[in-house]
Design a protein. Structure first.
Length: 128
């Protein structure tokens, strides 16, 4: 799934914060058609660890943040989809509660000498 073709530099979020960035993806439909999408990813910092995710809830596909850029629960311990309340582990992306049947879609992230890089695009995502 994560077959990125190039990288973009983003700011490093502060602890317990997230920043959003654009990411292109291709959805592979069961009938073989492919749809190019302009989506959003988000980069989090939790316990000093960076993680990047598609801003696409695995339950019904909505962005997780109703308030732009706000992804964390009130106590800062989980990532939350504000559509139906699914909660995810901030380091693994695993679904901890709510209607989702799988975890968040991870994206690659690199940090080299203080420069943070995330992918410009992800490979085909199979919906079947
Ligand atoms: S769309 Fe995220 S919990 Fe339903």
């Amino acid at each position: 799934m994560n077959q990125q073709c190039s990288w973009q530099q983003v700011d490093r979020p502060c602890e317990g914060q997230a920043i959003c960035f654009p990411v292109r993806s291709v959805i592979q439909l069961p009938d073989g058609r492919r749809i190019d999408l302009e989506e959003q990813g988000f980069l989090t910092c939790f316990q000093g660890e960076l993680r990047a995710w598609r801003n696409h809830c695995p339950h019904a596909g909505s962005p997780l943040d109703w308030i732009p850029g706000q992804f964390y629960s009130d106590d800062g311990e989980r990532l939350v989809c504000h559509t139906h309340g699914a909660q995810f582990h901030p380091l693994t992306g695993a679904c901890l509660s709510g209607p989702c049947t799988r975890g968040l879609f991870p994206l690659e992230v690199q940090e080299q000498e203080g420069v943070v890089l995330v992918p410009v695009s992800v490979g085909a995502i199979n919906t079947s």
